[in-house]
Design a protein around this ligand. Sequence first.
Ligand code: RNT
Ligand code: ZN
Length: 420
Amino acid sequence: MMTPEIQEAYEAAKKLYAKHGINTDDVINQLKDIKISMHCWQGDDVRGFINKDQELTGGISVTGNYPGVARTPEELRQDLEKAYSLIPGKHKLNLHAIYVDTDEKIDYNEIEPRHFEKWVTWAKEQGLGLDFNPTLFSHPKSEDGFTLSHPNKEIRDFWIEHCKRSRKIGEYFGRETGQTCVTNVWIPDGYKDNPVDRLAPRKRLEESLDEIFKEEIDSEYNLDAIESKVFGIGSEAYVVGSHEFYMGYGLTRDKLICLDAGHFHPTEVVSNKLSAISLFSKGMLLHVSRPVRWDSDHVVILDDELQEIAKELVVNNLLDKTHIGLDFFDASINRVAAWVIGARNMIKALLKAYLEPIEQLKEIELKGDFTTRLALREEFKSYPFGAIWDYYCASLGVPVREDWLAQVRKYEEEVLRNRN
Ligand code: RNT
Ligand code: ZN
């Protein structure tokens, strides 16, 4: 809710930023247009609804057993609505193929748009865009760690069929919602220990992908993305879909390159890759995440790398060719809170990036005045960005500061605690 205090603090901050040529009203208008694709899988620990008894595989894992996990599509949508109501702006939802909403018993190679009809109806009601992912894990046919690069053609064909159908679902999402769907392919394929042949699986993956993407789909409705990874649990020595593999594949096939912030070596950062890739690629998809030790998927906090990612997008004008998605899963805290924290942080980071004197800093850098560059950037860290953020939340009708937490607590008491 807007209060005189929030308004006053905003006016004072606005003046300070104006001294550096930053118009905070304009910033707010630009920020409103940026959509974040929120991943459905934080709500149920990547279980999905296609096969309730199937354990999570693919070298990713969710730890914790906080009460209130969503058990049905209805519960998941209810939780998502709660989360979206606490996040400023209009955004997207990122679904995985295992999130079918149907009474039919179907396998991965049988999914069709109609199995996602209820999601589409709901997304339209909520004014949300939809993104999609084929699920190449949590299935008996991926048990030995290989899918699209599997040596057995029958198994490859099964997954190829799944991915082809996934693109058709993406097309359906795009047509129905009026917002382009990004369909992202990530596969877990890899070896625990050093392979003899590193090339053959990559060759097979290349062929499988070419087959999957054979059918032209209107890019107004669906865009394809491909996601690399440096290692997974059980694929420590070798991952078929490495960064170099997908860089090459994406650039030669005109696909979006997906960069997951948790999929690189510990001192390697995706923020430093965006400008380079932007020069050569059709576009990028971000999986904003937070790596900690071996885990690539902690809840996103407002850390240096998140701010650096946002800064790169804003300073280099990359928001048009970059699709921002979130990718983390934590079952040790309230799952709705996890969404809200991660999404609010992503938006905060973008806001903070807009509130730096970009043009001024660029000039200073060109002149070679690195003292001023460092001094100014450091001083701007304590400029009253919080006052603009509070005003932004209040004017978009979402809770200001930590007020959202009380609503999540209430929801936990009234809804989540009643799920067993
Ligand atoms: C796994 C990838 C992938 C998954 C989702 C569930 O390491 O990051 O994006 O997190 O597909
Ligand atoms: Zn990811």
